[in-house]
Design a protein around this ligand. Structure first.
Ligand code: UT7
Length: 330
C-alpha cells in the first residue's frame, strides 16, 4: 500500500496585541460598520516591533509538537511571504528556535495559498521517503507589509501562525491527506504585490511601492472563481460529492469570499468554517489557525470530511481534502 501523509498534531499562536476596528477608525477614514459589513472582520492580532514571523512560527510549531506528542521532526516547511530577512529563508531559524537544529528546513512562498502548497510538498517528502515526519507551519506578519495610511489594506490583514505535524501512515487512516490541486497565474501578479525592493525594481522614489498594493475587487472575483473551480477538482479526484463535505475551511480573506465560494459550489452556509472575525486575513497562517480554532470549539470533529481551499497573491490557488483525525490542539 502506498504511503500517505497523516495529520497528527496541530498548534497555533497569535501575537497578544489586539487591534479592533474602532481603534483603526480613530486614525483611518473607515468604520467598524464598513469593515464588518464588507469583510466580516471585527479585530486582528498585530505583532509588536521586536516580534517576527520566526517568533510566531516557533510558538505555533512548539504547540504542534506537543499536540502530536513528539519532540522532533525530520523536516520543517515554513509557508510564509514575510520572512525575517529577504535572504536567507526563515525555516532554519524556526527549526533552531525549536531545538531542532540540523533538520531539513525550507520556506514555501505561495503567499496566502502557502499552507496548501506546503502540505503538498510535505506529502511529497514523505512519499519519497525523504522524511517520516514533517512540520508544516503557516506564519505571516502582513501588518509589516501594509501602508499604515491605506484604508484599503490595513483593516484586512492580521498576524499569526498555525502549524501541523504530518507523519508517514496509511491512506485510509483518519487524517491522511487526500488529493491536492495547485495552480498559479503570474500574468496577474500586479493585482496583489509589493512592487519595489526586489531584484526587478530595486529602488523607487515612491514610498508606497514598498507596501502591499491590492486591486481588491478584482482579487475578490478571482478568489471566488478559482477556489470554487479548484474545490471541484479535488472533490472529483477524491470521489466526494459537494454534499459529502462536512466542513469547508477556506483561506480567511473575507467572509463574503467564503460565503460566495460555498454558494458557487452549492454547499450549505453552515459547512463554512470561519474565524476571520477575530483574526483578519493572516495569509499563510489562516487555514491552520482556522483549523485550530474549529477543533478547539468543537466545530471540527474526528471523521469530518474536510475541504481546504486557498487563494492568494502570485496569483496562486489550490485545494486539498482530508478526513479529520482525533487530534487535540497543543
Ligand atoms: O488573501 C487574498 C488577498 N486578498 C483578498 O482576497 C481581498 C479581496 N478583496 C476584498 O476583500 C474586497 O474587495 C475589499 C474588502 C478589499 C473591498 O471591498 P469591496 O466591496 O470590493 O469595496 P470597494 O473596494 O469596491 O470599495 C467600495 C467603497 C469605495 O467607495 P466609493 O468609490 O464607492 O465611494 C471605497 O473607497 O468603499 C470605500 N472603501 C472604504 N470605506 C470605508 C474602501 N475601503 C474602505 C474602508 N472604509 N476601509
Amino acid at each position: 500500500m502506498s504511503v500517505a501523509a497523516v495529520l497528527s498534531g496541530l498548534g497555533a499562536w497569535l501575537p497578544p496585541r489586539v487591534v479592533d476596528n474602532h481603534e483603526l477608525s480613530q486614525r483611518l477614514d473607515t468604520s467598524d460598520e464598513w469593515i464588518r459589513a464588507r469583510t466580516g472582520i471585527g479585530s486582528r492580532h498585530v505583532a509588536d516591533p521586536g516580534t517576527s514571523t520566526v517568533d510566531l512560527a516557533a510558538e505555533a510549531g512548539h504547540r504542534a509538537l506537543a499536540s502530536a506528542g513528539i519532540e522532533s521532526v525530520d523536516a520543517l516547511l515554513l509557508a510564509t511571504s514575510t520572512p525575517d530577512q529577504p535572504c536567507p529563508a526563515s525555516a532554519p531559524q524556526v527549526a533552531t528556535k525549536l531545538g531542532l537544529n540540523g533538520i531539513a528546513a525550507l520556506d514555501v512562498n505561495a503567499v496566502c495559498s502557502g499552507f496548501v502548497y506546503a502540505l503538498a510538498t510535505a506529502s511529497g517528502l514523505i512519499a519519497a521517503d525523504v522524511a517520516q515526519t514533517v512540520m508544516v507551519i503557516g506564519a505571516d506578519t502582513f501588518t509589516t507589509l501594509v501602508d499604515p495610511e491605506d484604508r484599503g489594506t490595513v483593516p484586512i490583514f492580521g498576524d499569526g501562525a498555525g502549524a501541523v505535524i504530518l507523519r508517514a501512515g496509511e491512506p485510509d487512516e483518519l487524517g491522511a491527506l487526500g488529493p491536492v490541486d495547485l495552480h498559479s497565474d503570474g500574468e496577474l501578479a500586479e493585482l496583489l504585490w509589493v512592487a519595489a525592493g526586489g531584484s526587478k525594481q530595486r529602488q523607487s522614489a515612491n514610498p508606497s511601492d514598498y507596501f502591499l498594493a491590492m486591486q481588491g475587487t478584482a482579487v475578490f472575483r478571482h478568489a471566488c472563481a478559482r477556489m470554487a473551480e479548484s474545490s471541484r477538482v479535488v472533490l472529483d479526484k477524491a470521489g466526494w460529492m459537494v454534499a459529502d463535505v462536512d466542513r469547508f475551511v477556506g483561506h480567511q480573506a473575507n467572509i463574503r469570499i467564503l460565503q460566495a465560494t460555498a454558494k458557487q459550489l452549492g454547499m450549505p452556509a453552515d459547512a463554512v468554517v470561519s474565524n476571520i472575525e477575530t483574526t483578519g486575513n493572516t495569509s499563510a497562517a489562516s487555514i491552520p489557525l482556522a483549523l485550530n480554532d474549529a477543533c478547539l470549539d468543537g466545530t471540527l470533529m474526528a471523521g469530518h470530511k474536510v475541504l481546504l481551499s486557498a487563494f492568494g497573491a502570485g496569483l496562486t490557488w489550490g485545494s486539498a481534502v482530508l478526513r479529520w483525525p482525533e487530534v487535540v490542539p497543543g
